[in-house]
Design a protein around this ligand. Structure first.
Ligand code: KMH
Ligand code: ZN
Length: 284
């Protein structure tokens, strides 16, 4: 990793929906195609440069339906310049073979979790063979993976993946620490910085998110340590104590403000595309 002082701006990723919260419980969650596109536009305006997408069906349930995935990718791509990243993690109940088909929707980027992890009461399965298959398919299709690290052991698995499969399409290695999932790496600056210290030298950028109440401490720790930020209702439904998030864009706007105060203003979408070396699939 390059030293923290060389990081002049902040990549802000928004993860607006996730697979865990129910629309009935959280009406502000963007679950329809129209809500997703509206959210993407508002979050780009607020300072986001990358969107991490989980798709819902017409009943607001998590889905990997290829038609709905393609509709989401095309809709966001037509309306914004955001880097479009599809989740390959889906929901903990999604079968591995179906999770591989996400790449058929031709995203700019895809998540790639570097190992199995506890996930609340469930288990988020990412066996080695699945990781290798997903990585090789992403390389072939020129899709840039974002390596999701829920555990310190995942950092070591990333080392093994790069050794066995080489660098991603574009040659940049961007990772995201997902901290504070119950049963996985805690959402503390100490755990985050232990992970950062273990990153292989091939890593060119890292971001972090803290689930729930870990959100703000992890934002502060990442900003002060040269990291980038992921925010959004996939990870955090509360804006402040006793005050729910009403729109993803307010989480992005607060992250942008904090980043600017820290003299590391939000990256533009153009800068993010260069930093991650994504292939330009825009048609407009
Ligand atoms: N929903 C979680 C089981 C990813 O998007 O790749 C997995 C997840 C990670 O959210
Ligand atoms: Zn996700």
């Amino acid at each position: 990793m390059r030293p923290a002082r060389s990081v002049a701006s902040t990549l802000i990723t928004v993860a607006p929906t996730g697979a865990e919260s129910a629309k009935a419980d959280v009406p502000a969650l963007p679950t329809t195609p129209e809500e997703l596109v509206e959210t993407a536009v508002a979050c780009e305006r607020a300072g986001a440069a990358l969107i991490h997408i989980h798709v819902r069906d017409r009943e607001h349930r998590p889905t990997l339906d290829p038609v709905l995935l393609k509709e989401a990718v095309d809709g966001v791509r037509e309306a914004t310049d955001l880097v479009v990243q599809l989740s390959t993690g889906g929901a903990v109940t999604d079968p591995l073979d179906q999770r591989l088909t996400v790449l058929d929707a031709d995203p700019d980027s895809c998540s790639l979790t570097c190992g199995t992890t506890n996930f609340g009461d469930g288990v988020f399965l990412n066996p080695w063979g699945f990781m290798v298959d997903l990585y090789r398919q992403a390389q072939e299709r020129e899709v840039v993976p974002e390596f999701e690290l829920f555990e310190l052991g995942h950092v070591h698995a990333l080392r093994r993946l790069i050794d066995e499969c080489g660098l991603p399409y574009g040659g940049r290695v961007h990772v995201d620490f997902v901290t504070g999932v119950p049963g996985a790496m805690p959402g503390t600056p100490q755990a985050l910085l232990a992970g950062v210290a273990m990153l292989p030298p091939e890593v060119t950028s890292w971001s972090a998110t803290g689930i729930g109440r870990a959100h703000l401490p992890i934002v502060a720790a990442a900003l002060s340590s040269g990291g980038h930020l992921r925010v959004g209702m996939e990870d955090n439904l509360m804006y402040a104590r006793g005050r729910a998030v009403v729109h993803n864009s307010e989480l992005v706007a607060r992250a942008a403000e904090l980043a600017t105060l820290m003299q590391r203003p939000p990256m533009s979408t153009t800068e993010a595309r260069e930093a991650l070396a994504v292939k330009d699939r825009r048609t407009r």
